[in-house]
Design a protein. Structure first.
Length: 144
């Protein structure tokens, strides 16, 4: 498997513990700086209001398998797959962000919780008819 970053996050946070636990818990804007090599891939985003951004939490601890949810030690330890912890075997971040403006290869967003310099793996449109919890699949469920 080979992943290449398509850009990096520009945010106000530089150290673990500074960023909000979830991006939707802050109104502080950040930017997605897409590398010039991939600038053509931004075509068509002008009318998008919400994006899904996949990042690589490059400063996360990949050995951690259990955490206290949201760092609250009064909560029992749980497996990282049942949490949103950045510390996990493959520290892939999932961010649903609101687009504020797009200028060249820079997308200013609200709702990002990644540290400055975090590699961006991919950017996708958020589509309510597919991504909202109440969205229903058009295909029938498989027989059991």
């Amino acid at each position: 498997m080979q992943l290449i970053p398509v850009g990096k996050v520009r945010s106000h946070w530089s150290r673990i513990g500074e960023a909000p636990k979830q991006g939707r818990e802050t109104d502080v804007p950040s930017a997605l700086e897409v590398f010039e090599t991939f600038e053509a891939a931004l075509e068509g985003l002008a009318n998008m209001q919400t994006l899904v951004v996949l990042t690589w939490f490059d400063r996360a601890d990949r050995e951690i398998l259990r955490v206290h949810p949201r760092g609250d030690r009064s909560e029992p330890l749980r497996g990282v797959f049942s949490t949103r912890s950045p510390h996990r075997p493959n520290p892939i971040g999932l961010h649903v962000v609101d687009v504020l403006r797009i200028s060249g290869n820079r997308i200013e967003v609200r709702g990002m919780d990644a540290l400055d310099g975090t590699p961006i793996l991919d950017i996708k449109p958020w589509l309510k008819n597919l991504d909202a919890p109440e969205a229903k699949a058009s295909a029938s469920p498989p027989d059991r």
